[in-house]
Design a binder for this molecule. Sequence first.
Ligand code: F0G
Length: 477
Amino acid sequence: MQTIIEPFRIKSVEPIYFNTAAERKIILEKAFYNPFLIHSNDVLIDLLTDSGTSAMSSNQWAGIMQGDESYAGSPSFFRFEKTIQDITGMPIVIPTHQGRAAEKILFSILGGPGKYIVSNTLFDTTRANIEFSGAAGVDLICEAGKHPTIPAPFKGNMDVDALEKFIAEKGAANIPLCMITVTNNSGGGQPVSMQNIKDVKKICSANNIPLFIDACRFAENAWFIKLREAGYANKPVPEIVRELFSYADGCTMSAKKDAFANIGGFLAMHNEALAKQCRNLLIMTEGFPTYGGLAGRDLEAIAIGLTEVMDEHYLQYRIRSIEYLTNKLIAAGVPVMQPAGGHAVYLVADEFLPHIRVDQYPGQALVGALYEHGGIRSVEIGSLMFGKYNEDGKLIPAALELVRLAIPRRVYTQSHIDYVAEVIIEVFNKRDAIKGLTIIEEAPTLRHFTAKLKPVASAIATNETETPKQFSSISIQ
Ligand code: F0G
């Protein structure tokens, strides 16, 4: 087969600032081993997130100039609204400044104490907004999704038996919403099958529970359906997307992902009564319903991006580039989530660093090692992000200890990705020298964004809880 090439040419470039491993060791120490506290000019390849980091197309930049900044009734809004109506089949479109603003509005209305929001896997901000309302977020991921290194086609699926059981146990009246995240970001960017969405919808309908899609990566998910699910190989992506949304009562979306926009989001739905409540909150917190926290120019960029993302040459290149990096790592014996996900490569940190105890955060230690060794910024999706404490202050670990290398859309070339593979493999070959971390400061919610950490004294697993006097970082040269 011929090489799948990047389906774009580059018109404008940004510099990468180079630094040395010795400099990065100090930067990491000063950032308290938290990648969110590192300045982006100190990063060579930034794989912290695929959110808001896309390269916009020349068409999107042209749209930026076309943006109409009228407070009310801007034509940019009507283009945005029509695009989303066409893609989702949902008549009501409410713009927000990003995905979590849509979540905040939705769960302020539907959440509350005693309520349960069920999902395949909730993203961290989604879970936080649910919990902030007093409700509980419940992840019911299918069995295949619990085994990171065993390949299966649709590891993002919801466990439908567990869903039925949960509804029977807690009562449908206490479950105001079911939310399916496509692709399943916290579960490895793994896709959800059309069949699974249909099955979940059937159960939800029988119990009068609305189904919403967290649609951040809807086009990537649709591409996986086209590749892997019987009956979809010859269907155009927009048709698959339309079918996927047809089973949902509504959706939330961060336009910072599959809309190639640097900011933005929306809520879309069928239910006018719910939309009325959402708009009331929107006006208080985001803005008037025809701009909702966005500039007219952002609405234009999003509308154009949402159409561009369904281009099959783009999706083929996108999904293949993630698979390319994953396969290089598998060939070198590095434990990675399999098969490759849609937007990121996920290292299985507890298998990569089996000598580091889960309460010494192997994922975060690996994030630090990749930065120090090669200037690559990644993010832990494990017990730092999702861990909780029991009554005795002991860590209740997350289900998986992953490190995510999210690939920004249309930003890096194949040689960048080759470099990333080299760095990971070099770190893997010297993994025994990497030390675990302890937390010295943390916030009560979403602690991973601001937590401060320091290395434990020894790379070998001990029960040490003593604070080491000197910071000693990983030294892999
Ligand atoms: N849902 C999912 C599945 C997400 O991945 C994100 C963001 C959100 C909701 C929230 O959207 O950032 O626009 O408020 N994910 C980013 C990430 C931050 O790095 O995965 P937002």
